[in-house]
Design a protein around this ligand. Structure first.
Ligand SMILES: *Cc1c(COP(=O)(O)O)cnc(C)c1O
Length: 370
């Protein structure tokens, strides 16, 4: 049996350190906005390579608050368009629409699964004010060309780093490549807390100041409210746990990369397509997506072999019931690559706790699918 994600096995790897960290918080009697948060924010900013890190309650809030702060700063206005990959997780889109901004969906490439940078310029209109890239599956979505497009059209470049902790591009971490970045520390992410948690990283001090205020009821000075804010805080306990996990993030990612290399070398089934292989520094393998025209049959076959899988994601955002067709700004939404990804994608077990024997089990089960 191989679970898709065995969070218990992952947590047990450093359980003594987590218990010590939790004990420190319990004994301090201080649970919010204290030393642990200050320490984690400092350590994570250093790790990512930005001057600012603002801890928040979850990844969705991080996305929301970046754009909300840009609105307070008059950089963004109601109705402005934000370009976003069509195959992202719904949270990226929610962060945009919750701010009365308009998501403009751009297809990914079939090879890289990330936003197709060659299709971005055709989607730019006078209302376009930003691009939100998503380093989906742990693969880097950035390039020099993207940065040139942003400069040329005066667009804010934002990153959704919920799936890319530790991923690099030319020696720089995702989360430091654009103007601001949202991170999620949902338990199942490469850097996961013991509940919901998130952060924003940026080098923009003014933006950081506004986000800090917005996340704290809109207040910069106790009981004085400058903005109509929200309450979005990370707990001291989560900060203490994340600080332990951060120390192991790079070695955990190397374990993921070794497992990926094993999959690339040993999965040999003509019915299955693997995503094009990226250099290791550009992929921290949050997920390992494989593609199959008979995906649902494959999933059943793997379940019969005791292998846990999950589809990321069965329904693309533009087909979700929560959004009416009108919001997409294009009446005939034709997104064939996105739809193909959603029809054929299956994520197989990928994390730092998978043993060599388990990896072999996964490969054998996949190769025996007929
Ligand atoms: C997990 C995830 C989020 C949301 O993070 P939460 O902490 O669960 O709110 C946003 N974007 C992507 C791509 C994600 O995978």
């Amino acid at each position: 049996m191989v679970k898709l994600l065995d969070l218990q096995a992952i947590t047990m790897q450093h359980s003594d350190e987590y218990k010590a960290a939790a004990n420190r918080v319990i004994e301090s009697g201080w649970f919010l906005q204290g030393k642990e948060i200050a320490q984690f924010e400092d350590d994570y900013a250093k790790y990512i390579g930005t001057s600012q890190c603002i801890s928040v309650a979850n990844g969705l809030d991080a996305l929301y608050l970046v754009m909300r702060a840009y609105k307070e700063m008059e950089v963004l206005h109601d109705g402005d368009e934000i370009i976003v990959p069509a195959n992202t997780y719904i949270a990226t889109i929610l962060g945009i629409t919750r701010n009365n901004l308009v998501p403009v969906l751009v297809e990914p490439t079939w090879e890289n699964l990330e936003i197709d940078i060659d299709k971005i310029e055709a989607a730019i209109t006078p209302k376009t004010k930003g691009i939100m890239i998503v380093h989906l599956y742990g693969r880097v979505a950035y390039s020099d060309k993207l940065s040139e497009i942003c400069r040329k059209h005066n667009l804010k470049l934002m990153e959704d780093c919920a799936q890319s902790h530790g991923c690099e591009w030319n020696g720089k971490k995702t989360g430091s490549l654009g103007d601001a970045a949202a991170h999620s520390f949902y338990p199942g992410k490469n850097l996961g807390a013991f509940g919901d948690a998130g952060a924003v990283t940026t080098n923009d001090e003014e933006l950081a100041k506004v986000i800090r205020a917005l996340a704290n009821y809109g207040s910069q000075k106790k009981y004085v409210f400058k903005y109509v804010g929200i309450n979005s805080r990370m707990s001291e306990l989560d900060a203490a746990v994340l600080d332990v996990k951060l120390k192991y993030l790079d070695e955990d990612n190397v374990k993921r990369q070794k497992l990926a290399a094993y999959y690339y070398e040993n999965i040999k089934n003509p019915l299955i397509t693997l995503p094009a292989r990226l250099p290791d520094e550009n992929n921290v393998y949050h997920l390992f997506p494989i593609f199959c025209k008979r995906r649902d049959e494959l999933q059943k076959h793997l379940a019969d072999c005791g292998i846990g899988t999950l589809i990321h994601y069965p329904i693309p955002p533009h087909k979700q019931e929560c959004y009416s067709k009108e919001i997409w700004n294009t009446p005939q939404l034709s997104l064939p690559i996105t739809e193909r990804i959603h029809e054929q994608e299956l994520s197989i077990p990928m994390n730092q706790a998978i043993t060599q024997e388990q990896a072999k089990e996964v490969v054998e089960a996949i190769n025996s699918f007929k």
